[in-house]
Write a protein that binds this ligand. Sequence first.
Ligand code: SF4
Length: 360
Amino acid sequence: MIIRRQTRELCIGTVRIGNNNPVAVQSMTNTDTRDVAVTLAQIERLTAAGCELVRVAVPDLEAATALRAIRDAISIPLIADIHFDSRLAVAAMENGAQAIRINPGNLGGSDKLARVVAAAKLHRVPIRVGVNSGSIEKDLLKTYGYPTPENPQSLIESALRNIRLIENLGFQEMKISIKSSDVLTTVNSYQMLSSLTDYPLHLGVTEAGGLIAGTVKSSVALGILLSQGIGDTFRISLTRDPVEEIRVAFELLRSLKIRERGPELISCPTCGRTRIDLFSLAEKVEQYVQTMKTPLKVAVMGCAVNGPGEAREADIGIAGGHGVGIIFKKGEVYKKVPEEELLEVFLAELQAMENERQKS
Ligand code: SF4
């Protein structure tokens, strides 16, 4: 059983994070924030996929102003991502941002940071202190060197310094991230930081890569940390449609038995016994189950001979045959269906099972 590390509780809009609250799944839009309609459409898709906190880039005043319309139209908390310009951080909060992500060290000095923190107090907006390998102060790099798995000290010191800067302004509503693109540096840094502070931690591997590389790197790093009870929110960063980040995030949480959302799909790798186009069938079933909420176990198997037995733990499954497929429940054949109708009949059965479970 995973024992969560105890952290302070923090509210971002209606979402409570830290302490014993569920590990929250976050993503970031890749749209032009100034284009409200396009950004809203993406946030709507992210929300439907299960995203619980969404961050948007705020590169200029027009983007900061657009936050008002975005915030008013969405149902999950909105976080503004700010770099360098303290005026944008203040404007983002004035326009409804429910949290801001900053690197205090790059806002241009203590006066500017003080203005941002004053606005955060006024609007009751938490701050994510976001430090990464590329943003470490020069003096820390000189003293401790560039962060490596063996020596991530400069990353830790940078985070602690930035935390202190904000604490010295009388503000403690913070969560912290210390990202690296290296898996082991990420793991060691967060492990070390979690022993030094009880602020909630936002986990992530920065510049993780595309779907496969990014999923593997993020899952290894975040999987290790989450399995040790470290991490209160996280983002899987992928060079991809951000909706994929949410899918990966929930699969990761499910695999660690931390949280479940919607059905779990299991499918066989196929072999010489496969007699149907299983790749396309599995793809279509996978797309369909994204819309479902019940944590069913759903199997898509390549042959009727071994499929039902190999997936007997599945609540419902489908297996291909010679022109005729079967639908099975808990390993027992339930229905035989001509191959051309197999998908349609299966999806109807799947939906009926979801409706039944939702009623009970
Ligand atoms: S279920 Fe059938 S097709 Fe799939 S791997 Fe097993 S034996 Fe091969």
